[in-house]
Design a protein around this ligand. Structure first.
Ligand code: C2O
Length: 556
C-alpha cells in the first residue's frame, strides 16, 4: 500500500457567489477544497497549516482511525483546536473501506466552506464489483450564506433562537442558475460521451439540509453508500443526508442534449431553517446546445420517497470487507433524539432568550444536551486519566416513557428542558452495541441524520411511530443490512443500528445538522482498551495540539 501526503493551507480569501463578494475560510484557495485520492490500504498524511483567524480542526468523516484516534478531529472531543498560526499533521490509514468519504472542519460552523472529497479506489489487484466506469466524478452538495457562517452560528447561540437560513445550496461550490436573486457567474458542468457509464460520488456537505437529488431523464444505479458496497438498485432520485455519501452509476443513454442535475431539501417538517432554493448543475452531452431539461424533484416533505430510498439499501455481502452482523447484543440502548429547550440563564430571572417560551433552543439525546469541554479533549482526558472533564452516566434509556412521536404531547415540560452535560457512554472493548434512535416530537418533528465516528454500523430496521421491541425486532435485517456512518432517523420514527466496539478511543456521535450539533445534539462512546497492542490507544503524536489548561494548570 502507498502513502498519500499533502498539505492543507487554511486561509481566508474572497470569492464571488450569488453576485456578491464574500470572505470565506478555505483550503488551498478552493471551494470545495482538494480531493484526496487514495487506494484502499493507503496511508494518508495531511499537514494542516491554520492560517485562518479561527480555531480549527479537520475531521475525516467515516474514516475508522484505528490506532490513529488522535487524528479523528472533532474539536474538544479528540483534540484541542489548531490555533491560528499553528499546524498539525493528521496521519491515518484507509483500510477496509472502498468508495467515497469526505473531510470537513469540525469546529463551529467552519465546515460550511472547509470541506472536500475522499475518493477511495480498490487496491491493486482488486476491482469494483460493478461495470468499470468510463470516468468518475464527485458531486458535492453544499450550503451557502451571504455572511460568515461562524457569525451566523454565534449570533444564533447568543440569542438562543435559531440561526438565520442559508441563502443557497450548492453543487461543487456553485449555487446554479435557478436562484432568483442572482444570475450565476458559473455553474458546474459535467461533460459526458453518449453511451458511456460514469461513477458519480455524491456527497452531502451541507450544514443543515438533507437533499433530494435528480438528473433529468436519467436513472441512477446506487452501488455504494458511506464507502461500503451495496447491492445495486435503480432509482431516479437520491436521498442524501448531511454526512452521507452515495455512489451511483449513470449511463449517458438519453438523446444527446443538456440536462440539469438538481437538488433541493427534504424537509420533512416545519422547515423554517430552509431557504427553499434549488441548486443546479449541467449534464452535457457532446455538442449539445438546446435548453437544458429540468428534473421534477419530490415535494420538500415527501417522506415516503425518502423512506423508500433508505429501505432499498442492502449490503453486498460478497464484498471483501463484509463481516456478518453480531448476533448477540451486550449493550442495548434506546436513545431519544430531538429538540428541546435549555434555560435562558443569567442572574436576572426576568431575562428572556429568543427560543420558544423565552428559553434557549437546545437539543438532546436521552435528555442530555452535550457540552464539549473547553480546554482539553475527552480523548486526552481519557488517555491521561484526568478527572472532572466528563461523566460516564449517559443513560441507556430515556428518562421517561411516553408517546414520543405524538406532536400533541409536545410540551411535556419534564423533557422539554434539557440539562447541559458532558456525559458519555463507556463500552468494553469488543462489546456489541445496539442503539434504537427514537425520534421525539417535543419541538417539531424532523428527520435527524445521526452520525457515529470511528465505526460503520449495520442499519437493522427503520420505522414510524414508537419503537416496539417485541414487534419491530422481528423485522430486523440480520442478513445483509446496509452499513454506514450516518443514518437518517425517520421523522416521527426510529432507526436501529448495531456495531461492535472494537476500536478503542472516544467516538463522537451526533446529529449531522450543524444547527442541532450547536444545540448539544451529541454524546460520545468511550471504548476501553482491549489488552493487545492492536487494541490499545497509542499516545498522542508529538505535534498534537496542546491542551489549553485544566484546573488552572497546564498539562505535562
Ligand atoms: Cu462529519 Cu462529527 O462529523
Amino acid at each position: 500500500a502507498g502513502i498519500v501526503e499533502t498539505s492543507f493551507h487554511v486561509k481566508n480569501l474572497t470569492v464571488n457567489r450569488l453576485c456578491k463578494n464574500q470572505v470565506i475560510t478555505a483550503v488551498n484557495g478552493s471551494l470545495p477544497g482538494p480531493r484526496l485520492r487514495v487506494k484502499e490500504g493507503d496511508t494518508v498524511i495531511v499537514h494542516v497549516f491554520n492560517k485562518s483567524p479561527y480555531n480549527l480542526t479537520v475531521h475525516w468523516h467515516g474514516v475508522f482511525q484505528r490506532l490513529s484516534q488522535w487524528a479523528d478531529g472533532p474539536e474538544f472531543v479528540t483534540q484541542c483546536p489548531i490555533r491560528p498560526g499553528g499546524n498539525y499533521t493528521y496521519r491515518f490509514n484507509l483500510t477496509g473501506q472502498v468508495g467515497t468519504l469526505w473531510w470537513h472542519a469540525h469546529s463551529q460552523w467552519l465546515r460550511a466552506t472547509v470541506y472536500g472529497a475522499i475518493v477511495i479506489r480498490p487496491r491493486k489487484g482488486q476491482k469494483y464489483p460493478f461495470v468499470k466506469p468510463y470516468r468518475e466524478d464527485t458531486i458535492i452538495l453544499g450550503e451557502w450564506w451571504n455572511a460568515n457562517p461562524i457569525d451566523v452560528e454565534t449570533a444564533g447561540l447568543a440569542t438562543g433562537a435559531a440561526p438565520v437560513n442559508s441563502d443557497a445550496y450548492t453543487i461543487n461550490g456553485w449555487p446554479g442558475d435557478k436562484i432568483n436573486s442572482c444570475r450565476p457567474s458559473k455553474i458546474y458542468r459535467l461533460d459526458v460521451v453518449a453511451g458511456k457509464t460514469y461513477l458519480l460520488r455524491i456527497i452531502n456537505a451541507a450544514l443543515n439540509a438533507q437533499f433530494f437529488f435528480k438528473i433529468a431523464n436519467h436513472n441512477l444505479t446506487v452501488v455504494g453508500v458511506d464507502a461500503t458496497y451495496t447491492n445495486p438498485f435503480q432509482t431516479d432520485v437520491v436521498v442524501i443526508g448531511p454526512g452521507q455519501t452515495t455512489d451511483v452509476l449513470l449511463t449517458a443513454n438519453q438523446s444527446p442534449g443538456l440536462y440539469y442535475m438538481a437538488a433541493h431539501p427534504y424537509i420533512s417538517a416545519a422547515g423554517t431553517l430552509f431557504n427553499g432554493n434549488t441548486t443546479t448543475a449541467i449534464l452535457a452531452y457532446q455538442n449539445a446546445t438546446q435548453t437544458p431539461i429540468m428534473p421534477v424533484l419530490p415535494a420538500f416533505n415527501d417522506t415516503p420517497t425518502a423512506f423508500t430510498f433508505s429501505s432499498n439499501l442492502t449490503s453486498l455481502i460478497t464484498s471483501p470487507f463484509w463481516l456478518p452482523v453480531p448476533k448477540t447484543v451486550d449493550e442495548d440502548m434506546l436513545v431519544t433524539v430531538g429538540l428541546g429547550l435549555s434555560a435562558c440563564g443569567g442572574s436576572n430571572s426576568n431575562q428572556t432568550c429568543g427560543g420558544l417560551f423565552g428559553q434557549r433552543m437546545s437539543a438532546s439525546m436521552n435528555n442530555h444536551s452535550f457540552v464539549p469541554p473547553r480546554s482539553i479533549s475527552l480523548l486526552e482526558a481519557f488517555f491521561r486519566n484526568v478527572s472532572g472533564v466528563y461523566t460516564t452516566d449517559f443513560p441507556d434509556q430515556p428518562p421517561m416513557v411516553f408517546d414520543y412521536t405524538n406532536a400533541n404531547n409536545s410540551f411535556n415540560r419534564g423533557l422539554l428542558m434539557t440539562p447541559k452535560l458532558t456525559s458519555v457512554k463507556k463500552l468494553k472493548f469488543n462489546s456489541t452495541v445496539q442503539v434504537v434512535f427514537q425520534n421525539t416530537a417535543l419541538i417539531g418533528v424532523e428527520n435527524h441524520p445521526m452520525h457515529l465516528h470511528g465505526f460503520n454500523f449495520y442499519v437493522l430496521a427503520q420505522g414510524f411511530g414508537n419503537y416496539n421491541p417485541a414487534n419491530d425486532s422481528k423485522n430486523f435485517n440480520l442478513v445483509n443490512p446496509h452499513k454506514r456512518n450516518t443514518i437518517g432517523v425517520p421523522v416521527g420514527g426510529w432507526a436501529v443500528i448495531r456495531f461492535r466496539a472494537d476500536n478503542p478511543g472516544v467516538w463522537f456521535t451526533h446529529c449531522h445538522l450543524d444547527v442541532h450539533l450547536s444545540w448539544g445534539f451529541a454524546t460520545a462512546f468511550l471504548v476501553e482498551n482491549g489488552g493487545t497492542p492492536e487494541s490499545t490507544l497509542p499516545p498522542p503524536p508529538a505535534d498534537f495540539p496542546q491542551s489549553w489548561f485544566v484546573d488552572g494548570r497546564t498539562l505535562a
